[in-house]
Design a protein around this ligand. Structure first.
Ligand code: BDR
Ligand code: CA
Length: 308
């Protein structure tokens, strides 16, 4: 049976590839794409999501979500994703429009339909998910688990302590992490094992379809900024790892430990504090992603892209 998911994105180069994989993999039933402000302001992340759907023929409803974090001032990642949030490729005029309903209301309505069946896959800041939980706590009944890209037990990327998605809305992340729902945190420790090296890019280029060419262009820009900002030898496809984990949980090794989101506004604001030695006495609330089977991950991604 297919797994029902909602993909909550802020595209974003890696979000765009996550959308392409989630929409085409036969094991997933993508119920909707919800968009949040993150890598860029909402107007831009929404436009990017619609452009990707229109270009790739992804026939899934798209919902506009929150345009700012719950409490803090807005932060964007233009240094990584550019002025548009998806710099690099030129998209033809989009034929797609967002639905009238808000992302938060869609998440609520969809969750209330099911009994522990729906997997939420947020690959941006957790604002939409937190707000849905606050507005209608009964949605928990419909959620099987939340598999999110965010956080790190090691170094951060937006600050030395914090990963971008969590840093953008730490209070929202706190609400989600303390919700009592099963959570898998696919953080930087894992996603930095998913670097798209030239051999991978070449395999994608070999597919020779418009969608594969789009991915190659996305990776070119993403690779350039990752080199400039982090001196990485290849760009990591963070968000795709979360989708891949839902498709095949054997790709990623995890360990369940207590995780606390730091919401004090100091040098560690937005840090995901992972208690591997169980020193806090808190119950283990999060499956933290540790190790990626890289070969099988890329096979899955490339085989899925071949279906376009
Ligand atoms: C995360 O931040 C964004 O820039 C990426 O899309 C990814 O979701 C990595 O820290
Ligand atoms: Ca993202």
């Amino acid at each position: 049976m297919k797994t029902k998911i909602i993909l909550d994105v802020d595209p974003g180069h890696d979000d765009a590839v996550a959308m392409l994989v989630a929409a085409k993999h036969e094991k997933l039933d993508l119920r909707g794409i919800t968009v949040v402000a993150g890598n860029q302001v909402l107007e831009k992340t929404l436009r990017n999501a619609l452009n990707v759907c229109s270009f790739a023929g992804i026939d899934v409803p798209v919902y506009a979500g929150q345009d700012r974090p719950l409490f803090r001032d807005q932060v964007v990642a233009d240094d990584i994703h550019g002025e548009t949030g998806l710099d690099g490729p030129e998209f033809p005029e989009s034929t797609r429009q967002p639905e009238d309903k808000s992302a938060v209301d869609f998440i609520i309505e969809e969750c209330l339909k099911y009994d522990k069946e729906l997997v939420l896959v947020p690959t941006g800041p957790l604002t939409n998910i937190a707000l849905a939980l606050l507005k209608e706590p009964r949605i928990k009944q419909g959620i099987k688990e939340i598999v999110l890209m965010g956080g790190a037990y090691g170094l951060g990327n937006h600050t030395p302590s914090a990963e971008f998605n969590i840093f953008v809305d730490p209070e929202a992340a706190h609400i989600v992490f303390e919700s009592g729902l099963p959570i898998t945190m696919v953080g930087l420790d894992l996603t930095h094992q998913a670097k798209a090296y030239p051999e991978v890019v070449e395999r994608i280029a070999q597919i020779g379809s418009p969608v594969a060419d789009l991915v190659v262009e996305l990776l070119k820009f993403f690779g350039y900024t990752y080199k400039r900002v982090f001196n990485f030898d290849a760009p990591p496809l963070h968000d795709v790892c979360a989708v891949a984990h839902v498709i095949d949980p054997t790709l990623i090794k995890t360990q369940k430990v207590p995780v606390i989101v730091e919401t004090t506004r100091g040098a560690c604001y937005g840090r995901t504090v992972c208690d591997f030695y169980f020193r806090t006495g808190k119950p283990a609330n999060v499956d933290v992603a540790l190790e990626l089977d890289q070969e099988r991950f890329w096979d899955l991604v490339i085989d899925t892209l071949k279906k376009y």
